[in-house]
Design a protein around this ligand. Structure first.
Ligand code: NDP
Length: 450
């Protein structure tokens, strides 16, 4: 008999926690997982998944508009936000149920309550019950940063945006990162007047800035407004329900139906007993862990956004899996944070892996080559849409090892996933040159760089 109630107690039923719980249980551990809100976490409930469904919904705007050029008459097409919103939420309910089933099938116990750490091996539940576990895994994720200015309570975040009563006629999205650019594309397609306002002049800072420049150019051509170098000063709620946003850029205040703030996400580590039991947090409030996901306390581990390493679902899943294999699977392993492919589901989407041109120059000086293909996708030629795609490949050294791939254009997130193998595998460009093109496609640009 173990001296503990459980081998593993996971706090947080998001991507990282669920994977860790499931694999640990598969390895034979007695596992409980506590979730205070809904199983699935940010990604499933109010992040990647509902966002992608809205992105799909938004594509119809351009497709329907251009349908005529492909021989279709689409009369009377109109958009119904409440219908899409509710269908998305119904599907989220379904997915939440699947998460529960998956854990139930491997024998993990789901505790739908808030859990707070009260000792290195002890957790207190909201109903007052205390349980013990040999290991505790914190996977509580992150939370949208607030607007950090006067009137911040009038701003929505990605938590609330999926539940809007009505489609806003106008929206100001503060931030210039993933969420701001994705929702700019979504609401613009639904017919809202969209302004993206960022504190600095750069949007999507981690991405290749030539590619980002194309997104901004295409966004402006569509009618998305960018108000850059515009830190927030205050937000005022008006009697008619609109909000007026004052910026510190010397320009006029701006009024809209909705203000959404997307200025990063902070680790969700507060009020859960971490400091009281001596778990070390960094300046951002993230749990400080080593490559093995272990905190400074031997029995307490953490994975995912609460550790603020790379805030991406697939990374949290890998961390959770590596934790389970290491602690319960007799297979100690760590994960690599190099060359993580990523995508921004903007309109059009951006996808990238490896070093940007600037990063490559900084690291390797003149020992790099940059290949570019700036092309107009065939579908856009027929439809009359001016939008072009831009693909970039960065190679290094005499063998021309592929060290970066950067793309903007339709379906780029789908195309990059396979191409990322070239960067992760350290392939020379010649291998791509040897691949016969699939014609006509956009992806063929990747094997035709000259
Ligand atoms: P991002 O980290 O992508 O971008 C943050 C933006 O907010 C930047 O433009 C930054 O400006 C600005 N900002 C940062 N701090 C402040 C501040 N104190 N005041 C004003 N502006 C500020 O954040 P998001 O909220 O868009 O997304 C959070 C995270 O979620 C992402 O980092 C990503 O990891 C994840 N995510 C991933 C998605 C995907 O994979 N497709 C989709 C959505 C989210 P500046 O650059 O000028 O500092």
């Amino acid at each position: 008999m173990s001296e503990f109630d459980y081998d593993l107690f996971v706090i947080g039923g998001g991507s990282g926690g669920v994977r860790a719980a499931r694999i640990s249980a598969t390895h034979g551990a007695k596992v409980a997982i506590a979730e205070e809100y809904r199983m699935g976490g940010t990604c499933v409930i109010r992040g990647c998944v509902p966002k992608k469904m809205l992105v799909y919904g938004s594509h119809f705007a351009e497709d329907l508009h251009e349908a005529e050029r492909f021989g279709w008459d689409i009369e009377g097409a109109k958009f119904d936000w409440p219908r899409l919103r509710d269908i998305v939420q119904t599907d989220i309910d379904r997915l939440e149920g699947l998460y529960g089933n998956t854990l139930g099938n491997v024998g993990a116990e789901i505790i739908k309550q808030r859990a707070v750490i009260t000792g290195p091996n002890e957790v207190k539940l909201a109903d007052g019950k205390t349980v013990t576990a040999k290991y505790i895994l914190v996977a509580t994720g992150g939370w949208p940063a607030s607007a950090r200015c006067e009137g911040e309570e009038h701003a929505l975040t990605s938590n609330e945006i999926f539940h809007l009563e009505e489609k806003p006629e106008s929206i100001i999205i503060v931030g210039g990162g993933y969420i701001a650019n994705e929702f700019a594309g979504i609401f613009h397609a639904f017919g809202s007047d969209v302004t993206v306002a960022n504190r600095s002049e750069k949007i999507l800072r981690p991405y290749d800035q030539e590619i980002v420049g194309k997104l901004q150019e295409m966004g402006e051509a569509k009618g998305i407004k960018y108000r850059l170098d515009a830190p927030l000063e205050k937000i005022v709620k008006n009697d008619d329900g609109t909000v007026t946003v004052h910026f510190k850029d010397g320009g006029e205040p701006q009024t809209a139906d909705v203000i959404m703030v997307a200025t990063g996400r902070v680790p969700k580590s507060g009020d859960m007993g971490l400091e009281e039991v001596g778990v070390e947090l960094d300046k951002s409030g993230a749990i400080a862990v080593g490559d093995d996901n272990k905190s400074n306390i031997d029995s307490i581990y953490a994975v995912g956004d609460v550790t603020n390493r790379v805030q991406l679902t697939p990374v949290a899943i890998r961390e959770g899996h590596a934790f389970a294999d290491t602690v319960f699977g007799n297979n100690p392993r760590t994960i690599s944070y190099d060359n993580i492919p990523s995508a921004v589901f903007s309109s059009p989407p951006i996808a990238a892996v490896g070093l940007t041109e600037d990063e490559a120059r900084e690291k390797f000086g003149d020992d790099i080559k940059v290949y570019k293909s700036d092309f107009r996708p065939m579908k856009n030629v027929v439809s009359g849409r001016e939008e072009r795609g831009l693909y970039k490949m960065i190679t290094q050294g005499p063998d021309e090892t592929v060290i970066g791939l950067h793309m903007i254009g339709p379906e780029s997130s789908e195309i990059l996933q396979g191409a990322a193998v070239a960067v992760v595998g350290g392939m020379p460009k010649k291998v791509l040159d040897d691949v016969v093109a699939i014609h006509p496609s956009m992806a063929e640009e990747l094997v035709l760089f000259k």
